[in-house]
Design a protein around this ligand. Sequence first.
Ligand code: AMP
Ligand code: ZN
Length: 487
Amino acid sequence: MEKGLHLYNTLTRKKEHFEPLNAPHVGMYVCGPTVYSDVHLGNCRTFISFDLIFRYLKYSGYKVRYVRNITDAGHLEGDRDEGDDKFAKRAKLEQLEPMEIVQKYTLGFHDVLRMFNTLPPSIEPTATGHIIEQIEMIKVIIANGYAYEVNGTIYFDVEKYSKAYNYTILTNRNLEDMLANTRELGGQDDKRGRLDFALWIKAKPETIMRWQSPWGEGFPGWHIECSAMSAKYLGEEFDIHGGGMDLAATHHTNEIAQSEACSHKQPAKYWMHTNMLTVNGARMSKSAGNGFLPGELFTGDHPLLDRGFSPMTVKFFMLQAHYRSTLDFSNEALDASEKGFRRLMNAVSLLDKLVPSTDGNDFDLASLEQNCIKAMDDDFNSPVVIAELFEAARIINIVYDGKAKIDAAELEKLKKLIQDFVFDIFGLKDEDASNVELNSVLDMMIDIRKAAKENKDYATSDKIRIGLQGMGIQLKDSKEGTTWSKI
Ligand code: AMP
Ligand code: ZN
């Protein structure tokens, strides 16, 4: 394989050498969550996978503008412009304003991703914040002859478009088969072709989320937001467009069609899709009722769970699979990941205690690093990197036990490898380390208080005791010394 990063491009159905349009700058757009309910663990898998990709691109020296949108309007139930608006339905159910629903679930989404220690995107635009851009784009598509209006609703003309462009470029499906497999037009919509989809939907009297447009009051279709926002922030042509595999057939296919019908350009050079998280072989989804909420997973409060698992255990479990493989969720698999993650973190915690040898060295860490880079360069192969990191853990353990020697230069390489791959690229963290830090801070506070008491500085000693009490920590003095406990 040629040197450098290679990634699998859904568009060409092969691994390609990554050549950004405008190196070192890279534009990456990932379809974000629809914030009408909590994200489930399947959604998290996709966002954690793109976080890995974002982090590795940065490690490789690229300056990445990572745009991940928030879908907060225009998403109807079902993919076919029918059914209720998900936000309005949820708002009614929870007796909240639709924008309260959006705010609530956006905050929840951010909290969850923070627990998984993912980096925030560079820009996180919302559909409702870009209604004007969407209307402008629809106007151009109409002017170019690829969309038509029926009664205040604008439809994309797939048949006309597919005469000039390849509508199934992303999935390689046969258009005739697709037409044959698509349901007859329902009586309630007025589109001309079975595959036509709405760019703008006329508001019904009861529609709450509605905007003025040249075609009357309405709201945007789901697909147009991503075309409009990716073009706005990354340009008509950019490097990477990503999302879960389930989005390729409809959402991304329609995104490509909209962008080409508007600017005559295929928007992204590389289309990347993550595979699904499954439960007993079935795709995890909200509608199937098998969608674990991350909170349920952390506490173990779910009928399918034997017990709770920490965010980093779950993240490690995900990184142990390649992003293009399916990953089946099970208690046993998480048990095994927890053990593996602990083994790795225990070794990492010994790193600072290793004493470099001055009379010999048994290791070559450069090759270990090269193997990790090679694996990541091969379409972000995180499971292979994890196998290399276990080798690093083995080295740390045998050096710590005095069974092998490592010199100062190799020890530095070992530390860099762990910092780069465990912390910077995988974004893992030692969850117990925070307790270690708390322990040392409290030890120090107890020492300061002891010294203050010895100096009869009772104001300071009381300030420490009362201050800690306010933070939920109780100090207890005894003949043996002072101990602490959480209240
Ligand atoms: P949604 O909020 O449903 O629009 O989904 C947000 C993202 O999660 C999309 O990129 C989906 O493709 C992805 N996604 C949905 N279900 C799963 C799953 N079971 N495994 C992995 N990704 C998923
Ligand atoms: Zn999208």
